[in-house]
Design a protein around this ligand. Structure first.
Ligand code: URA
Length: 251
C-alpha cells in the first residue's frame, strides 16, 4: 500500500504512526507528531508527513534514520528486585543484573525507573515505552512507598522536616508522607512515600536528618504493591493494576 492511500482509522493490523513511535519509547505521541511534521519519519524509506498515517505489518519505520523496532506484544511485569542486583540490562563490572531474574523467552522489557544496587522491592518492567515514559515523567508524580530501616529514632522535628521538604545538597526534596512503623533500640522502621524519583533520594533525605538508611525496600509503585511476591520473583501485572497505571495522569 502506498503511504498516501493508508486509511486513517486504526484497524487490528494497522497502528497510527505516532502511537507506533511512542510505544517504542522514542517520544510522546505529541512529540512524534512533531517529528512526523518535520519530515523526520520514514515508512519503508519514504518520508511521511501526514499525521494519522497507519503503520501496517511488515512496514519498516525510521526516525532520523534510526530504525524503530515494532512492539508486537506488550508485556508488563512486576519484579521483587533483590539487593545486590543492578537495575540495568548489562553491567560492565560484571555484577548481577535484573536480566538474570527475568523469565526466559520473552520480549525485551526495560525497567520503569531504577532501584539502587542495595535497594530491594517493586520494580515494574515493560516494553510499552509510552507508558514507561509517562510513569517516569515528573508531571505525573507517581507515589512510591519505601520501608526504610534507619539509625536512631525520628524526632517530631524530623517528621516535620520530611513533610516540609528536606534540603539536600543540590535540591530541596518535595513533601514526603511518613509513618513510623516501629522503634527499636538504636534503629527504627519507617514507611515513607515520595512522588519524585531522584537518584538515592530516600537515602539522602534520611542521611540529611542524621538517620542513615540501613535497609530500603520499595513496597509500592503507584497502584502496584509488593504483596507476598518472593525476593527475586516476577509476576504479571494484573489487568486491574494495568488499568490503574494507564489512568495515571487522568484527572
Ligand atoms: N531512593 C533511594 O534512596 N534509593 C532507591 O533505590 C530508591 C529511592
Amino acid at each position: 500500500m502506498s503511504n498516501s492511500t493508508r486509511k486513517k482509522s486504526e484497524t487490528p493490523e494497522g497502528v497510527r504512526l505516532n502511537k507506533y513511535i511512542a510505544q517504542a519509547g522514542i517520544a510522546s505521541r505529541r512529540r512524534a507528531d512533531q517529528l512526523i511534521a518535520y519530515g523526520k519519519v520514514r515508512i519503508n524509506g519514504k518520508v511521511v508527513r501526514e499525521l494519522g498515517t497507519l503503520v501496517m505489518p511488515g512496514d519498516t519505520v525510521d526516525v532520523s534514520g534510526t530504525p524503530i523496532k515494532p512492539v508486537d506484544e506488550t508485556v508488563y511485569l512486576v519484579m521483587h528486585k533483590p539487593t545486590g542486583v543492578m537495575t540495568t540490562m548489562r553491567d560492565p563490572q560484571g555484577r548481577r543484573t535484573i536480566v538474570e531474574l527475568l523469565p526466559k523467552k520473552m520480549p525485551r522489557v526495560v525497567p520503569v525507573g531504577r532501584l539502587d544496587y542495595d535497594t530491594a522491592g517493586v520494580l515494574l518492567m515493560t516494553n510499552d515505552g509510552e507508558l514507561a515514559n509517562k510513569l517516569l515523567h515528573p508531571r505525573y508524580g507517581v507515589d512510591k512507598t519505601y520501608r526504610a530501616t534507619i539509625s536512631g529514632r525520628l524526632t517530631p522535628e524530623d517528621v516535620q522536616a520530611l513533610h516540609d521538604g528536606v534540603a539536600l545538597k543540590t535540591y530541596k526534596a518535595a513533601s514526603a508522607k511518613v509513618r513510623v512503623v516501629s522503634v527499636r533500640s538504636g534503629y527504627s522502621v519507617v514507611d515513607i512515600t515520595i512522588h519524585e524519583g531522584r537518584n538515592r533520594q530516600v537515602r539522602d533525605m534520611f542521611e540529611a536528618l542524621g538517620h542513615p538508611v540501613q535497609t530500603l525496600v520499595r513496597m509500592r509503585f503507584g497502584p502496584i504493591s509488593l504483596g507476598d511476591l518472593g525476593v527475586g520473583r516476577t509476576r504479571a501485572v494484573t489487568p486491574k493494576e494495568l488499568a490503574a497505571l494507564k489512568r495515571v495522569g487522568e484527572s
